[in-house]
Design a protein around this ligand. Structure first.
Ligand SMILES: Cc1nc2c(=O)[nH]c(=O)nc-2n(C[C@H](O)[C@H](O)[C@H](O)CO)c1C
Length: 154
């Protein structure tokens, strides 16, 4: 049975790990290993350890960059770390970041954090079990959270 790793943060203002696990368990039977770290810059090594030490086949790295300028720099650094961890382990780490200022208010932010997490959880399931479904969605302008952009009208 495959193992999905879930890494999330205490900095985030919504329990993204819980939403991811709920969505995964609604759809497939897998083993889940979860770790929670303080912030997004701690996600790369957390994900790498889930892969190398806990045997995870794929990991979701869930986090919320804050609204300040230093948070955006922090998010860029965290993303670079996550990409490096993917290359070092040859394993997908699906980064799910929701920037605090993407929602117009707290209600919309909570909605977005829940929905983006769940939609990426479904992507993780497709990557693991049904990669041909992603091929069918190629070029369709999928977005996780708000509405899909859709394909270009030509
Ligand atoms: C400036 C900053 N911004 C964020 C953020 O926007 N989102 C987040 O999850 N964490 C942030 N952190 C904390 C770092 O990611 C990290 O947890 C600490 O530097 C400890 O390693 C920091 C330090």
């Amino acid at each position: 049975m495959p193992t999905i790793g879930i890494a999330d943060t205490t900095f985030a203002r919504y329990n993204m790990g819980r939403a991811a696990i709920d969505e995964i368990q609604k759809n497939v039977s897998v083993k889940i290993k979860r770790v929670t770290v303080p912030g997004i810059k701690d996600l790369p090594v957390a994900a790498k350890k889930l892969i190398e030490e806990e045997g995870c086949d794929i990991v979701m790295a869930l986090g919320m960059p804050g609204a300040k300028e230093q948070d955006k720099i922090c998010a860029h650094e965290a993303s670079q770390g996550i990409i490096m961890a993917q290359l070092m382990t040859n394993t997908h780490i699906i980064e799910v970041f929701v920037h605090e200022n993407e929602g117009k208010d707290e209600k919309e932010l909570a909605f977005l954090m829940d929905r983006r997490t769940r939609e990426h959880a479904l992507n993780v399931i497709k990557l693991l079990f049904k990669p041909e479904k992603l091929i069918r969605e190629a070029g369709t302008g999928q977005r996780q959270g708000f509405e899909d952009a859709g394909p270009l009208r030509t």
